[in-house]
Design a protein around this ligand. Structure first.
Ligand SMILES: [Zn+2]
Length: 163
C-alpha cells in the first residue's frame, strides 16, 4: 500500500487513529461512567433551561447567586431508596436549585419545592412523579442515548435560542 505523505492524507490517517482510540476508550467505559456522563449532560441541560429561573426552593434569583451556577436539583431524589432512579432523567423532576437548598435539603425545603413545582408544571405532573414506586436500571445503550440527546438539545438551544 502506498502510504500517502500529503498533508491531507496524513490528516485523514490521524483522524482515523483518533476515531479508533475514541471507540476503544468508549468500549472500556463502565456502566457507572456512562451514568455519570449521562447525568452530567442532563444536568447541564436543566441548568441552561432554567438559567433565568429562581431557586425552586428558596426563590433566590439568578442575579443573587453566590458561588456560581445553580445545581440541577431533583424533586424525587436519586437516592430515594424506593424509586429514586426512575425519575433520574425526567425533566419534570429536576429544576434549578441553589446549592444551599440542594445539598442541605430537609423536609421544609422539599415542601416548598413541591409547592413551587405545582406552580411550574401543574399538580397532575407532580402527582405523576410521586406515583412511581419502582426503580429503573438504565443500561449502557440507554445511557449513551440519554447523554447524546441532552448534549444535542443543549447545543441546538444555545445556538438558536436567546441567551
Ligand atoms: Zn435555594
Amino acid at each position: 500500500m502506498a502510504f500517502t505523505k500529503s498533508e491531507a492524507g496524513q490528516k485523514v490517517v490521524r483522524k482515523a487513529v483518533r476515531q479508533d482510540t475514541k471507540e476503544q476508550l468508549e468500549r472500556m467505559k463502565s456502566r457507572s461512567q456512562w451514568l455519570t456522563e449521562a447525568q452530567r449532560a442532563f444536568n447541564a441541560w436543566i441548568r441552561w433551561r432554567d438559567r433565568k429561573d429562581a431557586c425552586i426552593s428558596c426563590g433566590e434569583k439568578p442575579s443573587e447567586r453566590v458561588g456560581g451556577a445553580f445545581d440541577a436539583g431533583h424533586y424525587i431524589d436519586v437516592g430515594d431508596a424506593g424509586r429514586g432512579s426512575y425519575r433520574r432523567f425526567d425533566t419534570n423532576n429536576v429544576h434549578a436549585q441553589c446549592k444551599k437548598c440542594n445539598r442541605f435539603s430537609n423536609s421544609g425545603v422539599k415542601d416548598v419545592y413541591r409547592k413551587q413545582l405545582i406552580a411550574k408544571i401543574g399538580l397532575e405532573k407532580v402527582e405523576a412523579l410521586e406515583s412511581v414506586r419502582e426503580q429503573k436500571r438504565f443500561n449502557v445503550e440507554k445511557l449513551k442515548r440519554i447523554k447524546a440527546v441532552f448534549q444535542k438539545r443543549l447545543r441546538i438551544n444555545k445556538k438558536f435560542v436567546d441567551k
